[in-house]
Design a protein around this ligand. Sequence first.
Ligand code: FAD
Length: 496
Amino acid sequence: MSRPRIVIVGAGFAGYRTARTLERLTRNKADITLLNPTDYFLYLPLLPQVAAGILEPRRVTVSLTGTLRHTRLVLGEADEIDLDARTVRYADPEGGVGTLTYDRLVLAAGSVNKLLPIPGVAEHAHGFRGLPEALYLRDHVTRQVELAAGSEDPKACRSRCTFVVVGAGYTGTEVAAQGQLFTDELVRRQPRWDGVRPRWMLLDIAERVMPEMDERLSATADRVLRQRGVEVRMGTSVKEATPTGVLLSDGEFVDTRTLVWCVGVRPDPLAESLGLPMERGRLLVEPTLQVPGRPEVFACGDAAAVPDLTKPGSYTPMTAQHAWRQGKVAALNVAASLGRGEPKPYRHSDLGFVVDLGGVKAAANPLGIALSGPVAGAVTRGYHLAAMPGNRVRVAADWLLDAVLPRQGVQLGLVRSWSVPLDTASPELAKPPSAPAKPGPDGHGSASERTGKADSGGESAAGKKTPEPTGAARGRGTPERTDTSHTPAPGAEGDS
Ligand SMILES: Cc1cc2nc3c(=O)[nH]c(=O)nc-3n(C[C@H](O)[C@H](O)[C@H](O)COP(=O)(O)OP(=O)(O)OC[C@H]3O[C@@H](n4cnc5c(N)ncnc54)[C@H](O)[C@@H]3O)c2cc1C
């Protein structure tokens, strides 16, 4: 083999680290190609801060071409992998298709929003897995507070100022914690406000927040959330979602225009499409991260079920910490398979977790030491700065500005409800409209957005389902959803 061709699918924690390590190991003696739908690595743990207006969206991105100098970036989404022919077919962002041929393949396509078969959720909830969703939430929440403040209808006002987050893992917990602070600040600025405090609810069927984590972290997060005024409802879930609210499992109907779905993630459907042995949707790999029977194929990160050698019989959880370290081991083993070094198994014990609860509060347990309050806050921010592969100064600058200046309470409205459906195989991309939207009397395109159903998702301006933008998303198993007819929210006319 003259110059081996290494193709990496996905430039998240696992894929980015694989490429970076391989650049060093192969010293320009291999062709490294990175296939990713965006030209950036996304530092997902800081996404709640984007939704809360603390960080500008570009801060949590790291340019791939700017930081991976010896890797060829191909913009696109893999939609078909032929393991026998050793090819990856992809669709680029403008709908063109291409094929990459590999000698070694690293699959690191991550995960997507997890759905549960609950009526109305796919249509009316939004996920929290990508930058478009975080931007959408920031604008949407700001808009709800602004519309409520201008409304004469107390019921509509209460509904707009009620925000329901489902799923009390670290993502949902951070979104609710940051959200309450954000809306409190937005409300303080309204010149005419009748005293309604925005209501944030955090629901989960589990018994405690962040059930998968150390109980001390969970207790700290629970205490901070409650002190802040977030309604923490454990043992509760959603039975049905409608355009005007959610029916809870305890029978209560909560009027709301906002349902944030943080019930977890499922591996990217690309893994499933290969027809290889799976473990709960994740591609089963050996401790060397190789796919059994396909030594030239490696998988890591959320998309792979990697045996946890520190806890025999289990698989490593879907966390950035594991994905990042697995990326390095994947690179070492790809290099070893090409005759450079010895293969090694993936083995790593958790070093602890940090959960940013907004303001100076956080819950952290670095190396098993439980911390709370401002100390945890400082450790958490320090950890993120150290862990980010770039853009640290800009992130620190935004934090500094947020500490001394009022947060910017403006909504640009660039990401619309229909462009961030919950049920998507591509949460990293906003869905383009199928056709130009008809301008409404206010100059905005979407009828649904004019009438208050702005946040129910699933429909384009014309009330028709927006088709998938490329063959890639279709090929990746996105279930087709039946069109739902547009239902204006009661009381919306007077409000918007
Ligand atoms: C809001 C949020 C907060 C989080 N906070 C934490 C935290 O504090 N600590 C922690 O440990 N973990 C956290 N996680 C989990 C952590 O981010 C994931 O476990 C980690 O990102 C997994 O890394 P990955 O490389 O497998 O996937 P990702 O980082 O998601 O990367 C996958 C990449 O593959 C690309 N891709 C997808 N499909 C295709 C395709 N078909 N073709 C080409 N490219 C494709 C995607 O665009 C993406 O760039 C958080 C997750 C979220 C959503």
